[in-house]
Design a protein around this ligand. Structure first.
Ligand code: IPT
Length: 942
């Protein structure tokens, strides 16, 4: 079994080469295989590789697959730590071993040709036999391996392929990425005919010259000829440089591809190539001579039902979703993706950092002792991994940088990987974040640096390497958040050397549960796990967008609109493409109602240019669409829309503010009536001083509420604010009635709101008046005693009948918004339901706030309901469970609708930040305990 502990080296594989299509026969071996799982290597079936071995009693398993997703063993999640002792190169005796067998027929077309068997990914170690002949061993899970099967193959007849896959191998020490541990043959298995004298490998170097010409050099077999029919290039010799004449460059904004044909006498290969030149000059990363900004995401490969197997249609849909949300860059965290992903990146247009399948993070907790990055015995495996990535992916124009890996400390082997890559491919800069000396790289990369530090780096303060700066991870998108995206993006715009970053991360890696929700770390009984840290994406496990992605789209938007009453300033942040064909669509609304709208074509705005477009036409309309009644509020909204309908940027301006509401004479004052206090249509409980009825609505509240169900960014990280909140008792505030004052026209309820065991308090006065049919409430709050923590929220909570499920409001929307995540929310009139206002975060936490409502209504099916008017604005959250229930739940299915609706009307919220892994809430978005006053009017209607 020494191959398991052989320091991660594959055995018997052929030289790595690029993935491309040719006219030679190929046969997919994906499909239903026979499978048997043994708990140890010793207990695996002896001799299962023999062609006549009887596997009739074995289970069936699809290939590709991650076997724990099909009922064999269980998934396990750890972030940093290894789920086995740190004792390289040894692996546990309990090493789940999956034997796979397939009987397949080889078409006659393979006769007389050489053949290779290709595995695009086996996690973590596969030992392979064909027709009883042992071919070798592969390690390097997310990398291809090929075996020469010319001698062992039986063309025209039945063949028996046997693959023994071990979950753990020495290679596992090199694959400590933050994700589920999921063994299996999880990528394609293919049999490839290899004609003698064929096109085994091709290396296309296609540069874009400053004069607009392409320069082409294709390495391949000595006798190969190269053609690009579209450019009139015909049968050029391989191995020398050629002037390709004037070409259209490839960029992520203009993904122009050309078909290139490489032919020998026996084989013709076809590739899609792009002309582009990547360089680092004067501390700036450029493509085709221009500074680019990476508005990126980190992308893992995961599927909630299939594990590491992501069906091609799902991949295409998710990359298209990224494009629609203005993501222009992908870091393939933390390993090369399925090869087809890069074909799509070439086609759709993404700047890609292709990262090696290399991470040794679990050595950090042991002080980096024995780190493979600096252990000469692992040198060969390290270089092998780099070589297999670069050789496989070298022809993709989208790949603009190679990354040595992630979180692997420092050491000589990283230098060896870098040296090898530079020598082989001088055309791409190198990336690695883990070595602050930047000894082997061309860009200065960091993860989770806060805004102030990024700003300082941008200004060149301190000992900053004179290199382009990127954030390979930032804005940790765990749960509700991230906050502070807009402020980062502003820094990328401001400082030339701050060239963007990659949000951590694209996808929540939740695993579907029968309960209808998603599992995370610990849900499979793992003794060691990192909980829901694997649920930290911009999209939910089923790849539906979370509010974080909606916010990201608004922040990453390529067109910035500064809307004034008479003109719109249009600033294009494109670097290569113009806004030709785009138009400005505008609408004027009054109090959010339907109003005038129209469109004007944009003049051609060149990349990077700013133009001012006059809007005479629109401002004329500012008063139309609704009666110009007192108090009406008018907004002009402008969208820049591409010819394909994609919104490239949005902007808004308030044309007319709401006139302040004229003072309405107060109605009758409060009076005691039996056991209750009455004020107009309102009825109060004199014991607590709270509302119990309004017209025909039974309700409870409103009472001061400062608690929110801590979000991941409150709960996790270095100094979790939620720990301080709980220590201060903010989750268990009590309310003491200080007094009720029944004045001639107002009821004043004085309370002291405080937690047990502490002497700090919030004094709250509720002043109630009647306003026509409605009651007006003014809440005045004053902190008393020591307050050294920010408040989670500041507002009131009330309970309403469960049937008021339809919601409408005029305010920011349509989605969730918090103080540091509200670029995407625009002012308008919106409709939703209590159920839909909730955001289904996998790990339950505070969510669903709608900001800046001028008014809102909750309406029952029979048309009765509650109307809230704010003076001037109020945030609100409505849901069918209490904050306490949300706080206590660990999975979505634990949230059960109560017999009432909980409505929160909030004067202010603490921001979101991204402290789960990174900076907390920026100072300007902290909710400080300070005196505050806010007013709402409540009216029951029918
Ligand atoms: C960083 C990792 O690179 C990434 O894989 C992920 O684990 C992320 O954190 C957290 O979700 S490493 C961290 C110690 C900064």
């Amino acid at each position: 079994m020494d191959y398991l502990t052989g320091f991660g080296r594959p055995l018997g594989t052929t030289a790595p080469r690029a993935a491309f299509g040719t006219d030679a026969p190929r046969l997919s071996l994906n499909g239903t295989w026979r499978f048997r799982l043994a708990p140890t290597v010793a207990e695996a079936a002896a001799g299962f590789w023999a062609p006549d071995f009887d596997d009739t009693g074995w289970a069936e398993l699809p290939v590709p697959s991650s076997w724990p997703m099909h009922g064999f063993g269980r998934p396990a999640y750890t972030n940093v730590v290894y789920p086995f002792p740190v004792d390289p190169p040894h692996v546990p005796t309990d090493n789940p071993t999956g034997d796979h067998r397939l009987v397949f027929d080889v078409p006659a077309g393979f006769a007389g040709l050489g053949a290779r068997l290709r595995f695009d990914g086996i996690d973590s170690c596969g030992r392979v036999w064909l027709n009883g002949v042992e071919l070798g061993v592969t390690q390097g899970s997310r990398l291809p391996a090929e075996f020469d099967v010319t001698a062992a193959l039986r063309p025209g007849g039945a063949n028996v392929l046997a693959v023994r896959v071990h979950q753990w191998s020495a290679g596992s020490y090199l694959e400590d990425q933050d994700q589920w541990w999921l063994p299996g043959i999880f990528r394609d298995v293919t049999l490839l005919a290899r004609p003698a004298g064929g096109v085994d490998d091709v290396f296309v170097q296609a540069a874009y010259e400053p004069d607009g010409r392409g320069r082409l050099r294709v390495e391949g077999p000595a006798d190969a000829v190269v053609s690009i029919p579209e450019l009139g290039l015909d049968r050029l010799p391989a191995g020398t440089a050629h002037d390709a004449g004037p070409v259209e460059p490839w960029t992520a904004e203009t993904p122009r591809l050309y078909e290139l044909v490489v032919a020998t006498a026996t084989e013709t290969a076809t590739l899609r190539i792009g002309f582009r030149t990547v360089a680092v000059t004067g501390g700036i990363l450029t493509v085709n001579g221009r500074r680019i900004v990476l508005r990126g995401v980190n992308r893992h490969e995961f599927h909630p039902e299939l594990g590491r197997v992501v069906p091609p249609d799902v991949v295409r849909a998710e990359l298209e979703l990224m494009k629609r949300h203005h993501v222009n860059a992908i870091r393939t965290s933390h390993y090369p993706p399925h090869p087809a992903v890069l074909d799509l990146c070439d086609e759709l247009g993404f700047w890609v950092i292709d990262e090696c399948d290399y991470e040794t993070h679990g050595f950090e907790p042991v002080g980096w002792r024995g780190n493979p990055s600096d252990d000469p015995r692992f040198a060969e495996a390290c270089v092998d991994r780099m070589r297999r990535m670069v050789e496989r992916d070298k022809n993709h124009p989208s790949v603009i940088m190679w990354s040595l890996g992630n979180e692997a400390g420092v050491g000589a082997n990283l230098g060896r990987m870098a040296d090898w890559a530079r020598e082989r491919d001088p055309g791409r800069p190198l990336h690695y974040e883990g070595d602050r000396s930047c000894a082997h790289v061309d860009v200065y990369s960091r993860m989770y640096a806060g805004h102030a530090e990024v700003d300082a780096i941008g200004r060149g303060e301190g000992h900053v390497p004179h290199l382009p700066f990127i954030l390979c991870e930032y804005a940790h998108a765990m749960g509700n958040g991230p906050g502070g995206l807009a402020e980062y993006d502003e820094l990328f715009d401001r400082h030339p050397r701050c060239q963007g970053g990659f949000v951590w991360e694209w996808l929540d890696h939740g695993i579907r549960r029968p309960e209808g929700d998603y599992a995370y770390g610990g849900d499979f009984g793992e003794p060691l796990h990192d909980g829901n840290f694997v649920i930290d994406g911009l999209v939910f496990p089923d790849r539906t967008p979370s509010p974080g992605l909606t916010e990201l789209a608004a922040v990453y938007a390529p067109v910035r609109l500064n809307v004034g009453a008479g003109a719109v300033t249009v600033r294009s942040r494109y670097v290569f493409r113009s806004l030709a064909g785009a138009e400005l669509r505008w609408s004027v609304t009054v109090d959010g109602g339907p109003g005038a709208e129209g469109a004007v074509p944009l003049p051609v705005v060149a990349a990077g240019e700013t133009v001012v477009v006059a809007l005479n036409d629109m401002s004329d309309k500012s008063g139309s669409g609704a009666p110009d009644s007192a108090g009406s509020e008018a907004w002009l909204t402008v969208d820049a829309v591409a010819p394909d309908g994609l919104v490239l940027g949005r902007g808004q301006v308030q044309l007319r503010a709401a006139a302040s509401v004229p003072g309405v004479p107060a109605g009758a004052g409060p009076r005691r009536d039996g056991g209750v206090i009455r004020l107009g249509a309102a009825e109060f409980d004199p014991v607590h001083g709270t509302l119990t009825r309004l017209g025909n609505l039974a309700l409870r509240g409103p009472v001061l509420d400062i608690w929110r169900a801590p979000i991941d960014n409150d709960r996790l990280g270095h100094d979790p604010v939620a720990d301080r909140w709980r220590a201060a008792g903010l989750h268990r505030m009590t309310h003491r009635l200080l007094g009720l004052e029944l004045g001639p026209d107002a009821l004043v309820v004085a309370t002291r709101v405080a937690p047990a065991a502490a002497d700090r308090a919030l004094l709250a006065w509720y002043t109630w008046r009647t306003v026509g049919e409605a009651v007006e409430l003014t809440v005045r709050v004053e902190p008393a005693g020591d307050w050294d923590v920010p408040l989670p929220r500041l507002g009131v909570h009330l309970e309403l009948p469960a049937d008021l499920g339809a919601v409408a409001w005029f305010g920011a929307g349509p989605g969730e918004a918090y103080p540091d995540s509200r670029t995407a929310a625009l002012t308008g009139r919106y409709e939703s339901t209590v159920d839909d206002l909730t955001t289904p975060y996998v790990y339950p936490q505070e969510n669903g706030n709608r900001a800046d409502a001028r008014w809102l209504t909750l309406t029952g099916p029979d048309g009765h309901g509650l109307r809230v008017e704010a003076a001037p604005r109020i945030d609100f959250t409505a849901r069918r469970w209490s904050t306490a229930a949300l706080d206590a739940a660990r999975h979505r299915s634990e949230l059960v609708a109560e017999d009432r609706i909980h409505l929160h009307l909030d004067h202010a919220h603490h921001g979101l930040g991204s402290a789960a892994c990174g900076p907390g809430v920026l100072p300007q978005y902290e909710l400080r305990p300070e005196p505050a006053t806010f007013t709402v009017t409540l009216r029951a209607f029918s």
